[in-house]
Structures are given as C-alpha cells and as structure tokens.
Design a protein around this ligand. Structure first.
Ligand SMILES: C[S@@+](CC[C@H](N)C(=O)[O-])C[C@H]1O[C@@H](n2cnc3c(N)ncnc32)[C@H](O)[C@@H]1O
Length: 285
C-alpha cells in the first residue's frame, strides 16, 4: 500500500449529449486515472461510457466495468456496492486516481454516492472529488425550450415511485414538477395528469441529449407503452394559486409561520451576532 492515496473522482458527463461534458470532466478523462463505469450486468452496455464513446477519446485498455444490478433489493445492492468498492480500493491505495463515469450529475440519484460511501468505509484516507455536471432534467428542459422556473417559482424533483398520491400532495405547492423514474408508473401518471387538467402542460423526454432522444408533448399517447428507464416528465403547474408578495416572493395564502421555527431562527440569529462581536463582546448585552 502506498502512503499516497489516489483520489476517487466522479466525472459527471451530462445526460447523453457529449457536447455537455464539462472541461473539468474532460480533463479527468484524459488524466492517468483508471476509468470505471457502471453496468447493470457483466459485459452489459453502459450509458455513461457510451457518452464518452461518442467523442474522439478512445476507451483505455484497462477501463473497468463495475456491476450494479437494477433492483430495489437492498441486500443485493449492498453486496454490489461492496464488491465494486473492493475492486477499486486497491488501485486507490496504490496511489492511482480512479475516475467513475457518471451519467447526468453525480449529486442527483447517482450510484456514485453509494460507491464513495463504501470506499470511505474501507479507507478513510481516500479523498473523493465530485465534478458537477448537467442533470437530465436541465437538458430535458433545454430540449423542450421551456423554463424550469421563472421569478419566484417553486420546483420539485420527485422520483415518481412515491405514487400519484404524493403528486397530489405536492401539486398545490409547486409550479414545476420534475418527475424522474416514471417508467413503472407511466399509466398512473398519465391518468393523474388528465384528472388534474395538466396533460397540455406536461412533456415526456426519453434519453435526453442522446442521439435516440425522444420528446412527446402528447403524453396521453404513451398510455400502455413500455418506455426506457431513462425517461422523465416535466409538468408546468400553470394554475397554481398564488398570494401576495413578501420579500420578492409570493406568499402562499393561508400559510402561517410555524412559531417553533421562528423561535429557533431568532436564536440562530442571536448566536451569529454574538460570534461576530470583537473581543468576545456581545452586542446584545
Ligand atoms: C438514477 S436517476 C439518475 C439521475 C442522473 N444522475 C441525473 O443527473 O439526471 C435515473 C433517472 O433519471 C432520469 N434520467 C437520467 N438520464 C436521463 C436522460 N438522459 N433522459 C431522460 N431522463 C433521464 C430518469 O428519470 C431516470 O429514471
């Protein structure tokens, strides 16, 4: 084991368009770091690797696939994360950087989070570096040429697996809903959009940014279809009730500030004022 550890680097590559790879991720790919990329099964395809393969970079001969099965079974997943960490920790401990190719952005629902956690549990001295990237829904909004948020709009990013009851609960509070992981619930979502007169304000985008990108504005036409896992729906909630302006934002009618929250906020403010006073003096004596 070398004294010097390599860094574990997440190279966020954006959702599919190689033009959205940042300069920083590009530099990491061109370094001497070992490339690792996620696959669902041994020898399977990798959407993340595919993005890089559309560039002029060639895949290094020692690039390593890491298998993360598509399952909700936490035991199976834990075993996969542990196995993947065990594959790369010796490389990091030998002093070489490892760059993990991430589809979209590494801070949003990414396998990288778990990989980094398991690596950290094996060796606390390994430094993790995350290179930010373009998330799928930003690229999707750009493709659809719509804003995700205007002025004081509220945006919710929601894994659709919570079900439409959760959407019903969120709808009064948000101007835009970004629905991810819609594949298993697509028909339920279409029915819910229809029931709430939202069909004409919803856009379905599959494989945003990739050459196979598909954008469907008539979302109802997808009923009964099995879509790709890399699909999302953007919903603009144009009819949300708004109230009067407070500090540049519109107040929601009927919302009263929780007194417990106000108390804790006032305490925090007092503490900040004390900390910033010179020579231990307190301004609020
Ligand atoms: C595990 S999350 C990964 C999110 C990703 N890290 C990001 O920044 O967008 C997977 C979900 O993100 C959405 N997604 C990811 N890539 C996509 C793409 N290229 N086009 C459309 N949706 C995508 C889909 O809803 C998919 O089910």
């Amino acid at each position: 084991m070398s004294q010097h550890r390599g860094r574990l680097i997440a190279a966020s590559l954006g959702p599919g368009d190689e033009g959205l790879i940042t300069r920083k991720a590009w530099q990491a790919l061109q370094s001497d770091a070992l490339w690792c990329y996620p696959v669902r099964r041994k020898g399977g395809s990798s959407h993340a690797l595919g993005i890089v393969q559309r560039t002029e970079l060639s895949t290094p001969h020692d690039a390593m696939e890491l298998v993360f099965p598509m399952t909700h079974d936490t035991e199976v997943l834990s075993r996969a994360w542990a196995r993947a960490a065990a594959q790369i920790v010796p490389v990091l401990q030998a002093g070489r950087d490892v760059v993990f190719l991430v589809e979209g952005d590494a801070s949003t629902f990414s396998t990288f989070t778990y990989l980094a956690r398991f690596v950290g549990q094996s060796d606390v001295n390994i430094v993790v570096e995350i290179i930010a990237g373009v998330p799928s829904y930003h690229a999707a909004a750009a493709s659809a040429a719509i804003p995700l948020a205007e002025t004081d709009d509220m945006v919710a990013i929601v894994p659709a697996g919570y079900g439409v009851a959760e959407l019903e609960h969120l709808l009064p509070h948000f101007d835009t809903l970004v629905l991810l992981k819609v594949k298993p619930l697509l028909d339920d979502i279409i029915r819910w959009l229809s029931d709430n007169d939202l069909l004409e304000h919803a856009i379905f985008i599959e494989k945003a940014g990739a050459p196979e990108e598909r954008m469907i504005r008539n979302v109802a036409s997808l009923a009964g279809e099995t879509v790709n896992y890399l699909s999302l729906i953007l919903v603009r909630n144009r009819n949300r009730q708004r109230g009067t302006m407070i500090r540049g934002c519109k107040k929601k009618d009927g919302v009263v500030e929780n007194p417990a929250f106000r108390l804790s906020r006032d305490k925090k403010r007092a503490a900040t004022v004390k900390r910033s006073a010179p020579h231990g003096e307190s301004y609020d004596k």
